[in-house]
Design a protein around this ligand. Structure first.
Ligand code: ADP
Length: 269
């Protein structure tokens, strides 16, 4: 669906921030982008959004060349949720915030009303239409940013560190929403430092280091290789630690630990 081939980019035309990155993202995947701070994760998502254009390499979306696309082109297909929702929200009401992008894209009034309603329903914000975005809690602001991205019915949703600064309840709600959208067919690109989220939710992980693609595979493949994981500045997920401690092999989630423990107990009866 989204193909990036030999992508090179530098901000100053000298130091490469993305160095020959080739990534293929398939429809319906949740793809996590991980790596140390400064490794190029945000730059890569900005390139995908057309905010900056590559120095060389090419990009395709559904077979169409998007190498020279601009944000207005990509906004029809990709919703982008910034790490800090305060940087994204600007309207004086929740309704106007969510209606902005569909309006820009030329939706009719009827279509705008319907897509705002659907996006607010999906994110649990119905009833807050006339509230000021600035007065919402951090968690609700984040969900509003997601609702705004959803309003254009994107094929791909990019979430940049969506759980940073969120309390436990909001984190759970966000992850549940992400799974729901994914189950409904949306492709998700998730920039995150949270290895537990990657282990539990991602189908694929891309790890960058100093602009180089250092790993591209499944969470199981990554976390089965502790040496590689640590060398890339990442931690093993908690479930992997616990699984190892109890000699259960590689477990990616608490549920897997429980299942394997149960199987082992049965085997001993
Ligand atoms: P990450 O998201 O992994 O933390 P970034 O993509 O933000 O990494 O940054 C990658 C590199 O590009 C870093 O060395 C950073 O200092 C540099 N960089 C990011 N944004 C800019 C910018 N606007 N101008 C110049 N350099 C930048």
């Amino acid at each position: 669906m989204l193909n990036l081939k030999d992508i090179n980019y530098s901000y100053n035309k000298r130091d490469k921030v993305l160095d020959c990155i080739t990534v293929e993202i398939h429809e319906g995947e949740i793809v996590a982008i991980a790596g140390r701070n400064g490794s190029g994760k945000t730059t890569l998502t900005r390139i995908i959004m057309g905010i900056m254009n590559v120095d060389s390499g090419f990009m395709q979306l559904d077979g169409n060349d998007i190498t020279k696309a601009i944000p207005a082109d990509m906004a029809k297909y990709i919703g982008y949720v910034f790490q800090n929702p305060d940087r994204q929200l600007f309207a004086n009401s929740v309704f106007k915030e969510v209606a902005y992008a569909p309006k820009q894209l030329g939706f009719s009034k009827k279509e705008i009303d319907a897509s705002v309603k659907k996006a607010l329903d999906a994110t649990g914000l119905t009833g807050l239409e006339q509230h000021s975005p600035q007065m919402l809690s951090r968690g609700l602001k984040q969900r509003l940013a997601i609702a705004s991205a959803l309003a254009i019915k994107p094929k791909i949703l990019i979430l940049d560190e969506p759980t940073t600064g969120q309390d436990c309840r909001e984190r759970t709600i966000l992850l549940r929403l992400m799974r729901k959208f994914n189950l409904e067919g949306m492709t998700i690109i998730l920039v995150t430092h949270d290895m537990d989220i990657i282990a539990e939710h991602a189908h694929k992980v891309v790890v960058l280091e100093k602009g180089l693609l250092k790993f591209h595979g499944t969470p199981l493949e990554l976390f089965s290789n502790e040496e590689l994981t640590v060398s890339l500045g990442l931690e093993l997920p908690e479930a992997v630690h616990v699984g190892k401690e109890y000699n259960l092999g590689i477990c990616l989630t608490p549920r897997e630990i429980y299942k394997k423990l149960k199987e082992r107990n049965h085997a001993h009866v």
